[in-house]
Design a protein around this ligand. Structure first.
Ligand code: ADP
Length: 191
């Protein structure tokens, strides 16, 4: 099973992806986590990505697509993946289609987690407090920019999947358990 988790920053994609990993033994591919690992490792890619991420801007499609294509080649991804934070542009969605077609891999579902925008600021503020500000982009100022990028570049990916009949929506304003249950029922329908 291959699933895309979709939603604005702070929607809970990472939290829900972890639940699905635990329940279904899929591999979580979070482009944000991969970039943060590159930054921590001090790699060239990390150096390039850091300033963009700190400004709430997107890393270039080429870099991101290459990173995902590489990782998808690993054997552990053969059983299925949950994509979290990718695709974030229509170009990335199209590149993913090409990648899946070339590998004869099926995309089962795109699940959009919908959350009221006002709630996102409180959630990001909470995460910053809980993690001691571990993510330098978890500030109200950078979140505003991340949301702007979400509306301009990422939201247009939704009609791309809706038109193909692959999009499902869950209400992300419910509790973590309720959101997880809703996602689970969508997944079991395509399992
Ligand atoms: P969130 O969804 O909470 O905003 P992520 O951890 O998914 O955070 O991403 C953090 C940052 O990493 C983004 O603001 C962006 O700079 C970069 N990034 C992550 N995924 C992508 C992607 N698919 N394309 C371009 N940039 C990305």
């Amino acid at each position: 099973m291959n699933v895309i988790l979709f939603g604005p920053p702070g929607a809970g994609k990472g939290t829900q992806a972890q639940r699905i990993v635990d329940a279904h033994g899929l591999i979580q591919l979070s482009t944000g986590d991969m970039l943060r690992a590159a930054i921590a490792a001090g790699s060239e890619l990390g150096l390039q990505a850091k300033s963009l991420m700190d400004e709430g801007k997107l890393v270039s499609d080429d870099v991101i697509i290459g990173m995902i294509a590489n990782r998808m080649n690993d054997d552990d991804c053969k059983n299925g993946v949950i994509l979290d934070g990718f695709p974030r542009t229509v170009a990335q969605a199209k590149a993913l289609d090409v990648m899946f077609a070339a590998g004869n891999i099926q995309l089962d579902q795109v699940i959009e987690i919908q959350v009221d925008e006002a709630a996102l600021f409180a959630r990001i503020e909470n995460r910053a407090a809980e993690t001691g500000g571990a993510r330098s982009d978890d500030t109200a100022e950078v979140l505003e920019q991340r949301l702007k990028v979400y509306h301009e570049n990422t939201a247009p990916v939704l009609p791309y999947y809706r038109d193909k009949g692959q999009l499902n929506v869950v209400d992300g304003m419910q509790s973590i358990d309720e959101v997880a249950a809703q996602i689970e029922s969508l997944l079991s329908a395509s399992a």
